[in-house]
Ligand binder design. Structure first.
Ligand code: UD1
Length: 379
């Protein structure tokens, strides 16, 4: 029996870990624990995802909560040491690029526990982005590097990873999307539930756009945030927009007095939405405006045009093959890009290689092979 520990901490991790837990727990030879760092703790950012995605309750919750990046990383590291010491796992699995991913990788590496990274090798080449720092350090330390697209394998090889460490497995986020699409909430129901009846009837005629923004580069600077929100209001005159507001963005909107802009009801703001509501809204949208990594991939899988409000992306396949367009961070470029989609329908794209709903099984195969190879005689 091989012991495997899986780490989750923040919302995008939950979407990735659901199929991985299912695949690993489906194998007889694995004893699998789920460890939650507690980086995200609000019901809307956490519990709702566990429930909708059928993720088993965590075996351990470190409850580290919010703080600066250093505080979060340090608290996770301190709390994780005794958990990994006994019972000691044969392998740790981390996903994505959040602070929990980095902290757990550092601790396990120091304890000589091999780590597998799911979503390895993605690079924005922008070190001002906290996730890029997390990705670089995590991949440097991991024994097994499991990738979503071929460009990620190239990045890893260029940085010195050995070919036998790398497995191109496809995208677990799309496993979750496939598993949930039939249960996704119809957009009309979500509009009704959030009291947006008027918007729903406008949307029925000409469609609607779905918006999320939370990256520090877009929301931490008041002038940038103001420019984007004013532009969204301008766009909402042409097409109704529903804006699911992340806690980080909400705090900034409140701190800078931008909240009063929402009072005319053109641009509708809601708290963070559950996975099934968000998936339903994405599927039916005419366009999505976002700075999320996951939504760039989900819109590509759904064939919905996505306008990414960033200067770079670590997921280039969504641009090359999918429906994603990088519009940069300037509000006027966003305005223009939306006008283009409304005029010509936006990019169509195709679904990338191995985004087929079976990535988690391939991950389990790689983990099994790694552990069999590493400890052939229980050494
Ligand atoms: C984190 C990830 C980011 C991911 C995002 C998804 C890192 C470096 N960043 O950013 O990659 O895209 O999650 O949401 O790990 N907060 C709540 N309730 C919660 C969680 C957070 O109110 O359940 C508040 C915190 O108090 C904080 C803000 O939201 O003020 C940001 O949370 P934090 O986890 O620090 O980073 P995110 O911006 O969410």
């Amino acid at each position: 029996m091989k012991r495997i520990d899986c780490i989750v901490g923040a919302r995008p991790n939950f979407v990735k870990i659901a199929p991985i837990m299912r695949a690993l727990r489906g194998r007889e030879d694995f004893a699998v624990r789920l460890i939650h760092t507690g980086q995200h703790y609000d019901v809307a950012m956490n519990a709702v995802f566990f429930e909708e995605l059928g993720i088993p309750d965590p075996d351990v919750n470190l409850e580290i909560g919010s703080g600066t990046h250093t505080e979060q990383t340090a608290r996770i590291m301190l709390a994780l040491v005794p958990v990994l010491a006994s019972p000691r796992p044969d392998m740790l699995i981390v996903v994505g690029d959040v602070n929990s991913t980095l902290a757990a990788t550092l601790v396990a590496s120091k304890m000589l526990i091999p780590v597998a990274h799911v979503e390895a090798g993605l690079r924005s080449n922008d070190r001002a982005m906290p996730e890029e720092v997390n990705r670089l350090v995590t991949d440097r330390l991991c024994a097994l590097l499991l990738t979503t697209e071929r460009s990620a394998c190239d990045n890893l090889l260029r940085e010195g990873a050995r070919p036998e460490q790398i497995g191109f497995v496809g995208n677990v986020m799309i496993d979750t999307l496939h598993a949930c699409l039939a249960r996704a909430a119809p957009a009309r129901l979500t509009f009704e539930e959030i009291g947006a009846g008027a918007m729903a009837s406008r949307a029925q005629q000409g469609g609607y756009g779905f918006v999320t923004l939370h990256r520090p580069s877009n929301v931490d600077d008041e002038a940038q945030l103001r420019g984007l929100i004013e532009t969204l209001f301008d766009i909402a005159r042409d097409i109704p927009l529903l804006f699911a507001v992340h806690p980080r963005t909400k705090a900034k909107i409140e701190a800078t007095g931008l909240g009063s802009l929402f009072e005319d009801g053109l641009l509708l703001a809601t708290p963070p939405l559950s996975y099934l509501r968000s998936l339903g809204l994405m599927r039916e949208a005419r366009l999505v405006v976002t700075d999320s990594g996951g939504m760039q991939e989900e819109t590509t899988a759904l064939g919905v045009p996505c306008l990414t409000v960033r200067d770079n992306t670590e997921r280039p396949i969504t641009i090359e093959e999918g429906t994603n367009t990088l519009v940069g961070s300037s509000p006027s470029a966003l305005r223009e890009a939306v006008a283009n989609v409304l005029a010509n329908g936006g990019k169509r794209g195709r679904v990338p290689e191995l985004w087929d709903g079976k990535a988690a099984e391939r991950i389990a195969d790689h983990v099994e092979a790694f552990l069999a190879f590493r400890q052939p005689s229980g050494a």
